[in-house]
Ligand binder design. Structure first.
Ligand code: ZN
Length: 313
């Protein structure tokens, strides 16, 4: 029933993002919008499915992903809520931020991977049994890094590999930098892994991206209200122009990635592999994990950003 979907909030934004919560959201979205296509793009270390949600039927494809980093799980909620509102607007032939969603839908397809790191997010959100071997192993890893709170400071996948340092784009540089910072083994954050794409979650993103040939990507992180758009000296056509539009509509600042985080991320791989616009958006402001009290503001800024990216891609 259209009117029911209009009123009902499907994605609750007052709940931490456990994997159960995530699956419930997907099921409820699928039930409300049966035309929605969900695809399992790979499995996590613990065997959880990593999902891609396709919105639209246009030839030009855009990717947006969230929660590479475990304690940045609010980006998963952000993308789920965006999917819900985009679906509602499509179904009811409405406008979002001045754009006809039906028009966008027919011209472009946005593929959303809200939860790249389901195990890590589950760890931070209290979804993993404390007696499980995975929890105990993570706790053991964290004991060598007493300055990083456990589990709230955890960014890596469940095995202590930082997924956004596991892509084949200057991986050896990232390794050198992070080793010198003291992250030369499995850690709650900043460990690059044994080799590029050794983590199944990063491999899933890689395969999904190669299969789809996206023309633009937006990878969500928290925090800082910053949009990173560069990798080394690559200057994809339109990248700066689109970046400046994203800056304008979101109020976030377009900036250059700090050198210590400048390699082996998803955006770095996307830009260097395709020479196409790829962005890392650091949503919100404060200490990770950002509180859900910040959700509405984060959503408002990034709904405009995502619609603008879909329009300009
Ligand atoms: Zn991050």
């Amino acid at each position: 029933m259209e009117s029911d979907n209009l009123k009902r909030e499907i994605v609750q934004t007052d709940t931490p993002c456990t994997y159960n919560y995530f699956l419930n959201c997907l099921n409820n979205l699928k039930e409300a919008f049966p035309f929605l296509t969900l695809k399992v793009i790979g499995k996590s270390v613990m065997g959880k499915s990593i999902y891609g949600i396709n919105l639209g039927c246009g030839e030009r494809k855009i990717l947006s992903c969230g929660a590479h980093h475990a304690n940045e799980w609010i980006t998963c909620t952000l993308l789920l809520k965006f999917a819900e509102n985009y679906l509602k607007a499509y179904q009811n032939d409405e406008y979002m931020f001045g754009e006809s969603v039906r028009e966008l839908w027919n011209k472009k397809t946005i593929s959303i991977v809200p939860l790249v790191n389901p195990d890590g997010v589950d760890l931070v959100c209290g979804g993993i049994d404390k007696n499980s071997k995975y929890y105990k192993n993570a706790l053991e890893i964290s004991e060598d890094f007493p300055d990083i709170p456990f589990p709230s400071g955890w960014k890596a996948n469940i095995e202590g590999c930082d997924l956004n340092l596991n892509y084949p784009a200057g991986w050896a540089n990232a390794k050198k930098i992070k080793y010198e910072m003291g992250f030369s083994k499995k850690a709650p954050k900043n460990y690059v892994g044994d080799s590029p794409l050794c983590a199944p979650e990063a491999k899933a993103m890689y395969n999904y991206s190669v299969f789809n040939s996206f023309c633009l990507s937006i990878s969500y992180h928290t925090q800082g209200k910053v949009i990173y758009w560069k990798y080394k000296d690559f200057l994809p056509e339109e990248s700066e122009r689109i970046g400046k539009e994203l800056e304008k509509v979101s109020g976030y600042c377009l900036d250059i990635t700090p050198v210590e985080s400048g390699f082996a991320g998803y955006k770095d791989w996307f830009i260097s592999h395709y020479n196409l616009p790829g962005y890392t958006v650091e949503a919100g402001e404060g200490e990770n994990p950002l509180p859900l009290s910040q959700f509405d503001e984060i959503y408002k800024d990034n709904e405009k950003l995502l619609l603008t990216a879909i329009k300009l891609a």
